[in-house]
Design a protein around this ligand. Structure first.
Ligand code: NDP
Ligand code: MG
Length: 391
């Protein structure tokens, strides 16, 4: 609730996804605190209509315009306005809500995120690919509109909670934790024949398919290094990664005096989402409480760059800057989609991302349209590689 006692107005982009559903769960538990403006999805008409009814949204927007008639039918008699098409999703992002959840997966979320930031409200940012591809542009847009960006990604949310933003010079290092994914203990030979079902079976977190595969390759942690670089004012080398299989510590911030602050909690995305929904206050969640005695011990190890080359590729893209992060993210999206369709092997994902990254060097994009053009070209190069690797 706002200080005045009126409900906070919210919009959820990607409402039918894993993060979107967790957000809706918290909102549905607190109907007096939130008023829902718009919910968006891509093709999941039934999920979108059900969510819009449940939280009494004003608008439901489906990205695939051909599905508007079925959305209208699913919402008939509810008073929820049914809209569709890419432009309508972008418009919904600028709905004027006080709080917008950006949880569309991939580069498809870039224009909506930009539009939400231009609106100047609070943007809870889950869509890491947007920040990776167009970090400087998004950060500058938030600065000029006065928008507040609150990181949803659990690591960045943890860092946000521990980072003394009024004294950034007192921070010496940020350590992002990574679970290591389902193949942490697998040999290269086992990883070569890993199936999509094995890759999406994350040991600790329940997430959408794309980010689950990214967690298995460690590309997720690579994208998160780039994401962190845009969110927190430190040089690239100050961001490090440690494998922590229990996913209890979500990240750590080290200060110049040697003090280290960390945020801990159950691996449930509703905790960081609730932080952004209630910020600067806190709200209750139904999430499991941390039982340190039951957990017993926490482990840490170095990431293995041989078996998980994606992390090194992301470091390279971050060091080179310019268009490179956008190229890496686009090529990875293509490779992950092909892997999920069983067209390429698990290890081919990083190979395709690496070859696309090395073989394409356009100038730095200066606008969202230029980023999208780099994205389009990088995808075309990656698609051409798929044939080479396809079994
Ligand atoms: P999901 O795949 O579960 O959901 C994606 C959402 O985006 C769905 O609502 C989907 O609609 C919508 N969508 C997909 N493609 C388009 C498109 N072209 N245009 C408009 N909408 C589209 O993803 P997650 O919820 O797992 O992840 C969302 C984002 O949050 C990702 O960037 C991810 O990296 C990030 N994130 C996720 C975490 C998690 O725990 N899941 C943790 C940290 C970050 P439809 O259902 O209709 O296809
Ligand atoms: Mg994360």
């Amino acid at each position: 609730m706002n200080t005045a006692g009126s409900p906070k107005t919210v919009t959820i982009l990607g409402a039918t996804g894993s993060v979107g559903r967790s957000t809706l769960d918290l909102i549905a538990r607190n109907p007096a605190r939130f008023e829902v403006f718009a919910l968006t999805a891509h093709r999941d008409v039934a999920g979108l209509a059900e969510a819009a009814r449940r939280v009494g949204a004003r608008q439901a927007v489906i990205g695939d315009e051909s599905l508007v008639p079925s959305l209208r039918e699913a919402l008939s008699g509810t008073g929820v306005e049914a809209l569709g098409g890419e432009a309508a999703v972008i418009e919904a992002a600028g709905s004027g809500a006080q709080w917008t959840m950006a949880a569309i997966v991939g580069c498809a979320g870039l224009k909506p995120v930009m539009h939400a930031l231009e609106g100047g409200g609070t943007v809870a940012l889950a869509n890491k690919e947007a920040l990776v591809s167009a970090g400087h542009l998004l950060v500058n847009s938030a600065k000029s509109s006065g928008a507040t960006v609150l990181p949803v990604d659990s690591e960045h949310n943890a860092i946000f909670q521990c980072f003394d933003r009024s004294h950034p010079g007192s921070v010496s290092r940020v350590i992002l934790t990574a679970s290591g994914g389902p193949f942490r203990r697998c040999s290269l030979a086992e990883m070569r024949v890993a199936t999509a079902a094995q890759a999406v079976a994350h040991p600790n977190w329940s997430m959408g398919a794309k980010i689950s595969v990214d967690s298995a390759t460690l590309m997720n942690k690579g994208l998160e290094l780039i994401e962190a670089f845009h969110l927190f004012p430190l040089p690239a080398e100050a961001f490090q990664v440690v494998i922590h299989p229990q996913s209890v510590i979500h990240s750590l911030v080290e200060y110049v005096d040697g003090s280290v602050l960390a945020q801990l909690g159950a691996p449930d995305m509703r905790i960081p989402i609730a932080f952004t929904l209630a910020w600067p206050d806190r709200m209750e969640t139904p999430c499991e409480r941390l039982d340190l005695v039951r957990i017993g011990s926490l482990e840490f190890e170095e990431p293995d760059s041989q078996r998980f080359p994606a992390l090194g590729l992301a470091r390279e893209a971050l060091r080179s800057g310019g268009a490179k992060p956008a190229i890496l993210s686009a090529a990875n999206e293509i490779a992950v989609a092909s892997f999920l369709e069983s067209r390429i092997g698990f290890l081919d994902i990083a190979s395709i991302a690496g070859e696309t990254l090395a073989g394409f060097d356009p100038p730095e994009p200066r606008s969202i349209d230029e980023v999208l053009e780099v994205d389009r070209q990088a995808r075309a190069i990656a698609v051409a590689q798929i044939g080479k690797f396809a079994s």
